[in-house]
Design a protein around this ligand. Structure first.
Ligand SMILES: Nc1ncnc2c1ncn2[C@@H]1O[C@H](COP(=O)(O)OP(=O)(O)OC[C@H]2O[C@@H]([n+]3cccc(C(=O)O)c3)[C@H](O)[C@@H]2O)[C@@H](O)[C@H]1O
Ligand SMILES: Nc1ncnc2c1ncn2[C@@H]1O[C@H](COP(=O)(O)OP(=O)(O)OP(=O)(O)O)[C@@H](O)[C@H]1O
Ligand SMILES: [Mg+2]
Length: 276
């Protein structure tokens, strides 16, 4: 179990990721809805833009966005939520994405297939002479291209609609650096900041999301050679372990060490570009 040295380190990480020591789902929902509405109005913009995958993070953030634009409209500001479906071709769990949209009830749904642009980017790189160590390495890089194509699509919509791009980064993903730099890691506002995965689920449940979405096993679903690969499999850590660590509950020493090593190695993803 954790010793005193790693307790200090854990506190520092939890503080840097803004994980509060106490938690109340209803309070956090209200605070984050007000945050989104205020940021939109203060920026003088009129849309929130977010990709809806069918996972619990975008289900939760999407509902917060819809509540925020309704709040802004009640206060007399023009505000619209644009939910984006961004499949790579046909998405295996499309029914979950549709269930998420039915729950969120967004003002507008805009669908962009990121497959043609992602595949064209890869083809151009190969034609330009880029080589990969093996098929798995190529597939991994293509996965990050998919995440960045989603970013391009969302920023195009934000640019055309006076919008802000919403990100779904939260404490458990930020701690492990488990996101694509300038892909899903790129956003203007990040309403789930500081939440552990179980707290994201608690928000989803309190918001009334369907149980199968609240409890859905997280997947980045970026690798064509390993469709629907679970985050926990890729990370070698469970979200229960990551959440326990961040919330100050006891975890085995080797879990703390692995997490802290990931945290250090991915520091560059949580910072602005390095300058001299
Ligand atoms: N020390 C350093 N200082 C400054 N920059 C550094 C660096 N080390 C790498 N870099 C840069 O960072 C790049 C690597 O970062 P990146 O391109 O993100 O790539 P990388 O971290 O290798 O891969 C992204 C990981 O996040 C996962 N992911 C992505 C998207 C969504 C989700 C999800 O949960 O939904 C998960 C994905 O499955 C994969 O495991 C390097 O190519 C380099 O450009
Ligand atoms: N197929 C997709 N369609 C639309 N948006 C997507 C898609 N895949 C990923 N995204 C966007 O990228 C974000 C990061 O993906 P991530 O997998 O971390 O979140 P999630 O799918 O919402 O939840 P979970 O982590 O539990 O799977 C999503 O929240 C969503 O905004
Ligand atoms: Mg997902």
């Amino acid at each position: 179990m954790t010793d005193i040295a790693s307790t200090t380190q854990r506190r520092l990480i939890a503080e840097q990721l803004r994980v509060p020591s106490t938690f109340d789902a209803a309070t956090e929902i209200e605070r984050r809805v007000v945050f989104l509405a205020d940021r939109l109005v203060d920026a003088g913009l009129s849309t929130l833009v977010l990709g809806i995958s069918g996972g619990v993070d975008s289900t939760t953030a999407g509902r917060l966005c819809q509540l925020a634009v309704e709040r802004a409209r009640q206060a007399g500001h023009p505000a619209t939520f644009v939910a984006m479906r961004l499949p790579y071709g046909v998405q295996a769990d499309e029914h979950h994405a549709q269930a998420a949209l039915a729950f969120i009830r967004p003002d507008r749904v805009l669908t962009v297939d990121v497959k043609p642009a992602s595949d064209a980017a890869l083809a151009a790189l190969l034609a330009g002479g880029l080589t990969f160590a093996d098929a798995a390495a190529q597939d991994f890089v293509l996965g990050n291209v998919k995440a960045r194509q989603r970013m391009i699509a969302q920023y195009a919509v934000a640019g055309a609609t006076a919008g802000l791009v919403v990100g779904t980064d939260h404490a458990a993903e930020a701690a492990t650096g488990f996101f694509t730099k300038y892909g899903d890691g790129a956003a203007d506002v990040v309403p789930l900041t500081g939440l552990t995965k179980r707290r994201v689920r608690a928000l989803a449940e309190t918001l009334g999301a369907p149980a199968d979405l609240v409890g859905k096993p997280p997947t980045a679903d970026l690798e064509s050679l390993a469709p629907g690969r679970l985050d926990e499999d890729a990370l070698g850590l469970t979200y229960e372990q990551i959440d326990d660590y961040l919330e100050g509950r006891p975890v085995p020493a080797e879990v703390a060490e692995r997490l802290e090593a990931r945290y250090r190695a991915t520091d560059h993803k949580r910072q602005p570009p390095i300058a001299p």
